[in-house]
Design a protein around this ligand. Structure first.
Ligand code: BES
Ligand code: ZN
Length: 639
């Protein structure tokens, strides 16, 4: 009886919050009535939350960031939506030190709580006893030095080398290591925060942000649209803001700001191109924060404030597709969110697709087709490797992550197989029908989560059946629930890459490398990635002399070049390689380079030596991956 009533209240409130979100962002009103089921979060194996009893809907976070102890001391006040009979709310935590828990908004009273058994991946459930009418729970706590989302940097690890720096990386399930919350992508909440930092530093969050330094170091934040926990983000450092367009700008350390503003000058036109494709940008401002080089990803789509690696500052704007990617997540991921990490391809596959469409709109089809081809080569290699390592199951788009870290699902499958699946669908239905389908899909499911099955079902009805498209559902399921790459995958054609292949083959047979004058970063990448694996060092030296790859400042070219250098044992590249591995913490570069080192003659020892110096500069998620590659053990641990 009570349960049913609670469900109805829940659904109503949920719709209300979706509707307010929509009004504010002026996207057309959706028609959410036919998909009622989507409002009940599906079971998420990576969260202890029990949403059927109580869901968080708003967070007030009051925090002090202390660089002496490398700790955040905070109070998290959580407003909940609950079944009136529920006796407790369960939150996710990992390594948090809980001091006390109270109930109530204005007047607080202590309540009992229990931290459950710690799981190495999931952390510990925090079960808080509720009273009959409780609507607010307050958790007083501080973070541990093992907080996996946080990276505390010494001044030497920053660009300016004058101030410390802190940033978070919450995706996939690390938000729980700095805030007690329901850490499931199917649960959304709004938030506000007050953050105190040492004077002279600026704090930024995935929210409405300051643009100026506060002399007291006290900052306030507001995120008025409901977001899942993995999009909670904080950065603190010596930062400055520069406006780019009317609703866009960049934050970076002062010394980097001019280069950053130059590199991302086309940001506003990217936003416009994205809106023309799939509807209004729903989040107000879109800013980019460029982090220190240890940031473990290329980019992270924290709402209103993308976090980005400085390794995309090539000086010639050639690596900005990454910005298009993070921007695209403002629709795919942040608006329509994978319901669980087993549906991760829904976030990333759609985003890669959208990324290439933005790049196509701005720079033409031959540009975006180069991006698509580069990713296909990586995808094929990764699929082959996974099948060889008996991980064929993980080549399914829909993943099985039972008992596993969701980070294991971060492979080229979600990104590039996901992309090629959507590209194949586009090819079958035609671009016009496809684009209006996608646009409507985002509108109808804004601020909701989506499972693979819900998407397939929706797509079969609203794309295939509605438009009388002649596709067998089995051909679709083959992409999602089978191994490897379907034969229906169509490889892009790129005249520019064909020319590269021609030049490469001429060089290999005749020793003459020509027609390279107008090559962009992408053509060079294609060239380097297709060098014969056993190419000799004399040929590499010849290339190096002419094109200076060893001293390149373009991180994509550097990593492709160093990879070949390791395979061919080309010594002149080793010192810069070492410098690169120590300075840069971006996992996408680290993993192949360490793997290649370990596989090369005498390379294992070298990998270990470099890693010993580099490891203290890496974020937890990079450490986790590289530890496995070099077989780092606890005895090697230096920090
Ligand atoms: N959201 C991802 C990063 C991520 C995924 C972090 C899963 C943690 C768990 C982000 O949007 C991303 O895909 N970044 C890529 C960018 C690239 C594909 C353009 C990266 O970091 O390389
Ligand atoms: Zn992404």
């Amino acid at each position: 009886m009570f349960k049913l009533k609670w469900l109805l209240i829940g659904i109503t409130l949920f719709y209300l919050s979706c509707e307010t979100g929509k009004k504010e962002v002026s996207s057309p009103p959706g028609t959410p009535n036919d998909e009622n089921l989507m409002t009940t979060p599906v079971k998420d194996i990576h969260s202890y939350a029990r949403p059927e009893q109580a869901i968080m809907k708003h967070l007030v976070w009051d925090a002090k960031v202390d660089f002496d102890s490398n700790r955040i001391q905070a109070k998290a006040s959580i407003q909940i939506l609950r079944d009136p009979t529920a006796e407790a709310i369960v939150l996710d935590t990992k390594n948090l030190h809980i001091e006390r828990v109270t109930l109530g908004e204005t007047s607080e009273s202590e309540t009992s709580f229990q931290l459950g058994r710690t799981d190495a991946i999931l952390g510990s459930p925090l079960t808080i006893s509720l009273q009959k009418e409780s609507e607010w729970v307050n958790i007083y706590y501080y973070t541990d030095s093992l907080a996996e989302a946080l990276q505390w940097l010494e001044p030497q690890q920053t660009d300016s080398k004058t101030a410390p720096f802190l940033f978070t990386q919450s995706q996939a399930i690390l938000a729980r290591s700095w805030i007690p919350l329901q850490d499931s992508p199917g649960i959304r909440f709004t938030y506000e925060a007050r953050v105190e930092v040492p004077p002279g530093l600026m704090a930024l969050m995935s929210a409405e942000n300051p643009q100026k330094l506060d002399p007291q170091g006290i900052y306030s934040f507001k995120m008025e649209q409901p977001i899942p926990a993995y999009l909670m983000a904080l950065a603190v450092g010596e930062l400055q803001f520069q406006q780019l367009g009317g609703r866009s700008g960049v934050y970076a350390e002062p010394g980097l700001l001019p280069a950053v503003a130059y590199e991302f000058a086309e940001l506003e036109s990217m936003i416009t191109a994205a809106e023309e494709l799939y509807g209004n940008y729903g989040w107000g401002r879109y800013d980019i924060l460029v982090l220190p080089a240890s940031f473990p990803f290329g980019g992270m789509e924290n709402p209103r404030l993308t976090f980005a690696t400085p390794t995309i500052l090539a000086g010639d704007r050639s690596l900005t597709s990454l910005v298009a990617h993070e921007l695209a997540h403002s629709w795919s991921g942040n608006l329509v969110t994978n319901a669980t990490w087993e549906d991760f391809w829904l976030n990333e596959g759609f985003t890669v697709y959208f990324e290439y469409r933005i790049m196509e709109a701005l720079y033409g089809r031959d540009y975006s087709e180069m991006l698509a081809l580069l990713s296909l080569q990586d995808l094929k290699q990764e699929v082959e490797e996974m099948i060889q390592k008996d991980q064929a199951q993980d080549t399914h788009l829909k993943l099985d992550l039972k008992g596993r870290n969701p980070d294991d699902g971060v492979t080229a499958i979600a990104y590039d197989k996901g992309y090629y699946f959507l590209r194949w669908l586009e090819g079958r239905v035609g671009r016009e029908i496809w684009d209006s389908f996608i646009k409507e899909y985002f509108e109808k499911h804004a601020f909701r989560s989506m499972t693979t099955e819900q998407f397939l079902d929706y797509m079969l009805r609203n794309l295939i059946e509605r438009n009388h498209i002649n596709i067998y559902p089995d051909d679709i399921y083959l992409w999602v629930y089978s191994e490897g790459l379907p034969e229906s995958l169509i490889a892009p054609q790129s005249a520019r890459f064909s020319e590269v292949e021609q030049s490469l083959s001429n060089w290999l047979t005749e020793g003459q490398l020509s027609n390279t004058d107008n090559w962009s970063t992408h053509e060079w990448l294609h060239f380097l990635k297709n060098l014969p694996a056993d190419i000799d060092t004399v040929s590499l030296a010849q290339l190096d002399q002419k094109f200076n790859f060893t001293s390149s400042r373009n991180a994509e070219l550097q990593s492709a070049w160093y990879l070949q250098a390791i395979k061919s044992q080309y010594q002149p590249a080793y010192a810069p390689l070492e410098e690169f591995l120590i300075r840069v913490g971006r996992r996408k570069f680290l993993v192949p380079l360490y793997k290649a080192l370990v596989a090369s003659t005498d390379g294992k020892e070298m990998a270990m030596e470099i890693y010993e110096q580099a490891r203290p500069n890496y974020h937890y998620v990079a450490v986790r991956s590289v530890d496995e590659i070099v077989e780092w053990t606890d005895e090697d641990r230096t920090r």
